[in-house]
Design a protein around this ligand. Structure first.
Ligand SMILES: Nc1ncnc2c1ncn2[C@@H]1O[C@H](COP(=O)(O)OP(=O)(O)OP(=O)(O)O)[C@@H](O)[C@H]1O
Ligand SMILES: [Mg+2]
Length: 287
């Protein structure tokens, strides 16, 4: 993928894990010295991250560390208390057409049909389109996620997996250059999640999209990402920034490298999760 050319790998001899070094192209997302808190509680503590066009970046970290908060800031729904966030060179505002968000709970309008739900995003993001144009685009993306025949059904007629397909179609239909995804497969059963991961992979492969993807699932992060950012227990910092480079899926090397990534990530994540648990035992809350 093009994104992999942006940073030179630094090899960790011991584990065979690559970390990101300096990028040489203008980043699509620039998070600079960002701090954010709710009231007096500091949640994000001095986070610095640049994300290049076309990168698939996963955010992982213990529950409550601030992953959704960081996504909300990238989507313009919250502003940093200090530092700055630039998306395509500008401070993000809610509803900017360059981004789309996919949530864990699907967030579909229950009173609208599947087709209308997909159209809805287009109505706001591409107001210049006539109804016919919106319909055509919505049908095209429903077809891509295998839901053509469900266009006239309502969300309550659909399984969770199908609902999240509608969520993906709705997000892709506005053709955003950036997709923010907050545990999009977290509410699905294992098989549906696997199928949707494959669909996401093929949707992403067609376009040079930048994805910021929150997950608790290490395997999902390793399989989908070019890069994994591991956040610490709150107040959250970026504890590790790992570049994922895997060979052909069926090669022997794939398995050994995959295992190294997993072991490395889990070593670090476990430490952060244990920190949170320890605080909870001491009555200090999650962060
Ligand atoms: N609106 C709010 N008001 C006050 N505190 C909040 C609010 N939203 C989140 N928090 C707190 O901020 C911290 C970060 O929350 P956030 O939802 O970003 O975590 P997360 O990493 O997404 O967690 P999870 O993995 O469980 O989804 C948590 O301690 C949470 O309790
Ligand atoms: Mg969250």
């Amino acid at each position: 993928m093009t994104a992999l050319m942006a940073g030179m790998p630094v090899h960790d001899e011991e584990r065979g894990v690559h970390h990101m070094a300096e990028a040489h192209v203008e980043p699509v997302i620039r998070i600079e010295k960002v701090c954010f808190g709710y009231g007096t509680k500091l949640v994000i503590d001095n986070v610095d991250v640049d994300i290049d066009a076309g990168q698939f970046v996963s955010l992982i970290g213990p529950s409550g560390c601030g992953k959704s908060t960081l996504l909300a800031m990238l989507d313009g729904m919250a502003s940093p208390d200090s530092g700055s966030i630039l998306v395509n060179g500008q401070a993000p505002r809610p509803g900017d057409p360059d981004r789309a968000m996919v949530f864990q709970n699907f967030a579909l309008m229950p009173w609208k049909t599947v087709l209308s739900n997909v159209e809805l995003g287009l109505r706001y993001r591409r107001p210049e389109l006539a109804k016919k144009g919106r319909r055509e685009i919505a049908r095209h993306f429903l077809d891509k996620v295998g839901l053509s025949s469900a266009a006239d059904l309502y969300p309550h007629n659909l399984s969770g997996g199908m609902q999240q397909r509608v969520g993906l179609a709705r997000a892709f239909a506005v053709e955003p250059s950036i997709m923010l995804m907050d545990e999009p497969f977290g509410a699905l059963d294992a098989q549906n999640a696997e199928i949707l991961r494959e669909e996401l992979r093929s949707l992403v492969a067609e376009e040079n999209r930048t994805i910021v993807f929150v997950t608790h699932n290490l395997d999902e992060a390793i399989q989908l990402s070019d890069r994994i950012l591991l956040m610490s227990a709150g107040p959250s910092r970026i504890r590790d920034d790992i570049r994922v480079e895997l060979p052909e899926v069926h090669s022997a090397e794939y398995v050994s490298r995959y295992d190294r990534y997993r072991e490395h990530l889990w070593d670090h994540l476990r430490h952060e999760v244990e920190t949170v648990q320890q605080r909870e035992r001491e009555g200090g809350g999650a962060s």
